[in-house]
Design a protein around this ligand. Structure first.
Ligand code: 16G
Length: 382
């Protein structure tokens, strides 16, 4: 320890006489104008903690939700956790030591914690957007450097991001890359993976098309807006659930038994209104939901379906699960132009498979718009 340098620098970050602060729930917090010496000393302490743990230590300059004129500082331990309670006490002693006692307290901590002063130290620093934070984090850096510590200043970061950086650096990159890009990449990759789990497909109208598509999956759920639909389970899934219902511990066995009964309640040969109704009743009863609560889970966009009588409906052919008209020429372009006129809108036409009509479907942000769009599209068909 270069005691001369510490004394010199400490004088530049002098403690106001008599000021007593406590390392509280989230580190030190008070008016920013009273924190310069605390920041410098937390820089020193972070170096000692880093030497002792042979790890990177974090220092975050923030007072979180406190008023703008406040500020604060807390230390982050090697695995990204909050500072160990015994070191919180050291932090309080160091922050409250009068100028002439500061060196002694620093030496006491080093001795008590058997800090090898020859050990390298590395500290990472982050700060919030308060006007006072930049200058205060510079005071932390002064404390780190005067004790010979290396540092990386991340600048603006959220507090959890600094915890993440510390954790990454101390686990050899296993947890993630210790950069802001690494943080966003890790979270966004996981988010995208998670939210694309359930793949959704559209097929041509009719149970036969939907049923075959649903059979491609371990669990396939299909439905049409007119009410057709069911859930299909592959043999492998049924076997697995049956085995679990027999073998596993009590809680899991109960869950597997419940799934087994749900599977039996579905008519897997075809959509079946009686079976579907009983499945829904069972789920509502198990979840303690009313029909009204269930209904409120989902809101239809305003839509309108019309039928148009034409001389020969077969002149209309479609692609993309019957959502795009291929013939007659120009029809799809006309629909596209009409759709552009309305917000949150889409529309398609297709020849009915059961009646001598063309079906027109339109959707928009209001019922009035959906009605207008459907009307205009039917004129284009006509
Ligand atoms: C039949 C289909 C139904 C489809 C409807 C479309 C079966 C068992 N039923 O009722 O799935 O939604 O036709 O009729 O396949 P559309 O072509 O006249 O609109």
């Amino acid at each position: 320890m270069d005691l001369g340098a510490i004394t010199k620098y400490s004088a530049l970050h002098a403690k106001p006489n008599g000021l007593i602060l406590q390392y509280g729930t989230a580190g030190f917090r008070t008016k920013a104008e009273h924190l310069d010496h605390v920041m410098f000393r937390m820089g020193l302490l972070a170096v000692l903690r880093s030497k002792q743990t042979k790890s990177t230590i974090g220092v975050m300059v923030t007072a979180s939700h406190n008023p703008e004129e406040d500020n604060g500082v807390k230390l982050v331990d090697p695995l990204g956790e909050m500072l160990a309670p015994s070191w919180e006490e050291h932090a309080t002693c160091l922050a409250n030591a009068e100028e002439q006692d500061m060196q002694r307290v620093l030496i006491d901590i080093s001795e008590k914690e058997a800090v090898n002063l020859q050990q390298d130290a590395f500290v990472v620093i982050g700060r919030d957007t308060r006007p006072s934070s930049e200058k205060l984090s510079q005071s932390v850096i002064d404390g780190v450097t005067v004790l010979g510590g290396q540092f990386h200043d991340y600048g603006l970061l959220t507090t959890p991001q600094l915890h993440y950086m510390v954790y990454c650096r101390n686990t050899g990159g296993r947890y993630g890359k210790a950069t802001i890009e690494g943080y966003y990449q890790k979270l966004s990759k996981a988010f995208v993976e998670l939210t694309k789990q359930v793949p959704v497909y559209c097929t041509k109208t009719g149970v036969k098309h939907l049923h075959h598509k649903a059979q491609e999956f371990d669990i396939g759920v299909y439905f049409e807006a007119n009410g057709h639909g069911t859930a299909l389970f592959s043999t492998a899934v049924e076997m697995k659930i049956k085995q679990s219902a027999e073998q596993l511990e009590d809680k899991k066995r109960k869950a597997a038994k419940m799934l087994e009964n749900i599977i039996d309640l579905f008519n897997q040969a075809a959509g079946d209104a009686i079976s579907d109704m009983l499945v829904i009743e069972a789920i509502l009863a198990l979840k303690g939901l009313t029909v009204q609560q269930w209904d409120a889970l989902y809101t239809d966009l305003p839509n309108r379906q019309l039928k148009v009588q034409v001389a020969d409906r077969r002149v209309i052919s479609t692609t993309d699960a019957e959502r795009q008209a291929v013939t007659p020429p120009g029809l799809q372009e006309a629909i596209n132009d009409l759709v552009k006129k309305y917000k949150l809108s889409r529309a398609f036409v297709r020849p009915s498979g059961t009646e001598d009509v063309v079906r027109v479907y339109a959707e928009a942000d209001s019922q009035e718009s959906a009605d207008h769009l459907a009307h205009e599209v039917s004129l284009a068909v006509f």
